[in-house]
Design a protein. Structure first.
Length: 271
C-alpha cells in the first residue's frame, strides 16, 4: 500500500500534520494551499479505506486524516512480534537438505532463511554462512562435505556456490553416463539371450527332422513287439493269483488250479 501511495505522490500525507487555519486569515494563496492539502489528504485516506475489508471499512471510516488512519492500522496490525526471531532461528536450525532435490535450489532456500535472520537484526557473518551451508549438505554428499571441511583455505560464499554448482553438474553427468551404460548392457544381454534361445530351438527342430539310425529303429520295433507280450503276461499272472486265492478259500484249489495251469495258451491270454 505504501508503494501505491508513493506512486501517486500521496505518501507524505501519512506523516504530515494538517495545516492550521486561523480565524480572520484573508490570504487567498494560503487558503488555496490549505484546500489543496485537504483534497490530497482526502484522496490518500480513501485510497487506504478502499483497500480494507468491508467490516474494517465501517470501523475506520470515521477517522478524519490519512495520518491518523495509518497510525491506527500500524498500531493494530504491524506490531512487532517477539516470536518472529525465534521462529526464523528455529527454521534455520531445523533446515535439512535432502537427496531428492537439487543442491543449488536448497542452497538458495537456506540463503533466504539467512536473509530473514539478518532482516530481524541478527548479525551473521560470511564464514558462518559458509560453514552452515557445508554442514547442511545431504547425506549423498558426505565425501564432498568432508573434503570442504578439511580445506585449509577459507572459502567465500561465492566460491562455495561455484564449487557446489560444478560438483552437482559433474554428478548429474556421471549419473546420465551410468544410466546409458546400464541400458546398453541390458540390451546386449537381451539380444544374446534371444540368439541363444533361437539357436536352441533351431537345433531341436533339426534333430527332430533328421532320420533315425538303424539302432534306434531296432529298439523301437523291439518295444512294439515286447510291450504287448509283457502286458499280457502281467495280466495272466494277476488272474492266476486271484484264482488261487478264490479256490484256496473254497477248498478246491489243488484239483482246479492244476487244470488251470495246463490250459492252452490262447485261453491263458484271456485269463
Amino acid at each position: 500500500m505504501l508503494f501505491y501511495l508513493t506512486t501517486l505522490s500521496l505518501s507524505r500525507f501519512l506523516t504530515e500534520e494538517p495545516p492550521v487555519v486561523t480565524e480572520g486569515d484573508t490570504d487567498t494563496q494560503r487558503r488555496t494551499a490549505i484546500d489543496a492539502w485537504n483534497h490530497s489528504d482526502f484522496l490518500c485516506r480513501n485510497y487506504i479505506l478502499n483497500s480494507l475489508d468491508d467490516v474494517l471499512y465501517g470501523v475506520y471510516c470515521s477517522v478524519k486524516t490519512a495520518k491518523e488512519l495509518w497510525n491506527l492500522l500500524e498500531k493494530k496490525y504491524k506490531t512487532e512480534d517477539a516470536g518472529v526471531k525465534k521462529f526464523v532461528v528455529g527454521k534455520f536450525l531445523d533446515y535439512k537438505k535432502v537427496d531428492a532435490k537439487s543442491v543449488m535450489s536448497q542452497v538458495q532456500e537456506i540463503q533466504i532463511i539467512i536473509h530473514d535472520l539478518i532482516a530481524e537484526g541478527m548479525e551473521i557473518n560470511e564464514p558462518f554462512q559458509v560453514a552452515a551451508i557445508i554442514e547442511k549438505l545431504p547425506q549423498m554428499w558426505r565425501d564432498f562435505k568432508n573434503y570442504l571441511k578439511h580445506k585449509r583455505k577459507e572459502l567465500t560464499l561465492e566460491e562455495l556456490i561455484v564449487r557446489l554448482r560444478i560438483e552437482e553438474d559433474s554428478r548429474t553427468s556421471d549419473a546420465k553416463t551410468y544410466k546409458k551404460a546400464m541400458e546398453a548392457e541390458a540390451k546386449a544381454n537381451l539380444t544374446e539371450s534371444s540368439k541363444l534361445k533361437n539357436a536352441s530351438a533351431l537345433s531341436t527342430k533339426r534333430s527332430e527332422g533328421q532320420p533315425k539310425s538303424s539302432k534306434e529303429r531296432a529298439t523301437t520295433m523291439a518295444n512294439q513287439i515286447i510291450w504287448p507280450r509283457t502286458v499280457a503276461f502281467r495280466r495272466r499272472t494277476k488272474v492266476r493269483i486271484e484264482a488261487k486265492r478264490m479256490l484256496s478259500r473254497t477248498g478246491v484249489y489243488q484239483s482246479t488250479f492244476r487244470k488251470l495251469t495246463y490250459l492252452p495258451w490262447y485261453l491263458k491270454l484271456t485269463w
